[in-house]
Design a protein around this ligand. Sequence first.
Ligand code: NAD
Ligand code: MG
Length: 394
Amino acid sequence: MKGLCILGATGSIGVSTLDVAARHPHLYKVIALTANSNIDVLFQQCLAHHPQYVVVVNESKSQEFQQKISHSQVSDIKVLTGAEALEIVATLDEVDSVMAAIVGAAGLLPSLAAAKAGKTVLLANKEALVMSGDIFMDAVTASGAHLLPIDSEHNAIFQCMPAHYKTGTDGKQVRRILLTASGGPFREMPIEKMADVTPEQAVAHPNWDMGKKISVDSATMMNKGLEMIEACLLFNMSPEQIQVVIHPQSVIHSMVDYVDGTVLAQMGNPDMRIPIAHAMAWPERFDSGAKPLNIFDVRRMDFEEPNLQRFPCLRLAYKAIHAGGTMPTVLNAANEIAVEAFLDRRVKFTDIPVIIEQCMDAIAVAVADTLAVILDHDQQARTVAKQIIADRLN
Ligand code: NAD
Ligand code: MG
């Protein structure tokens, strides 16, 4: 029986993780659930899974939650609050596996704490890895933690890697990785129309049902840029070894190309419960609840090269990884601020890459050798990006 902590339980990945866990009550016990502020969903999850601990980061929501449970059958749950509490529950002795499913940089410290504590880290929160890079990977190596990718592409790559492969090490005889992308909702939209894209259009992804931030990232293809950096770190590859491939059907979730000419692909329906179940059952397998793939429904699969003019965010991700050091941290932070401004209708869809690039050009790259440097550059980038947005509005 493994103890499970879900960071970001109320989000899209968190909900899917609980769905998978509920299918295997003899294998997984839910120890801790965390949320930022969505206490209604969290309360329902507590009734269904009865964890020992809950973190509600927002303080007033946490008090409200405490009252909500006080006269219920889950009144014995220990309710914690504040961002530091996330680290407490991610490192509890009773916890074996931590699902890192908070969105954005907010997930870094608890995910890193779990890695340092030697937990099995199921990593959905790509921003945490992109912003901290080697620091995160070194923490995993030092503690002997298992780091299993949840991002569907990275999970696919992991499944196509040699037997007994461990993330962070060399993939023996691997020539390159083919990182697939759906191309998002605007793959075929005339480029000049992209300035008028609304948040509603951007979050309506053709194949995947996800949180708002990652949906916008998929539409700009910054998601693929972050994933390219994520793949370099997880699989110890250079950016030149990662080929992004647009594959609109989202049936192949990525491929690994070996030196002998073999290309292994992982396929399945676009349902995040598949990678989640893979990582939770690893090295075994169990039911995920996903529909089996009907290959006859697929009929055809298309592949094309990404157009960097249409998707400048992808170019910026390559620029960031080539600059190295703290530049991926800056890229990620500026993107978070720009996406938030777009969702608030303060900037246009096509302003997102402009804001990010101006921010990257404004901040000098530093060696990313300590967590303090990372957090400092994350903050600097947020301040600069907000200023750039304010200047554009004036
Ligand atoms: P979501 O917006 O649906 O959920 C985010 C979760 O994080 C919620 O539980 C929320 O309470 C929590 N959260 C948000 N801000 C927080 C903060 N400041 N402090 C603490 N908790 C906070 O997002 P999602 O789609 O589930 O994505 C989660 C992560 O997984 C992201 O990093 C995303 O890139 C990655 N991911 C998601 C998918 C997907 O299909 N949804 C696929 C691959 C990777
Ligand atoms: Mg992905």
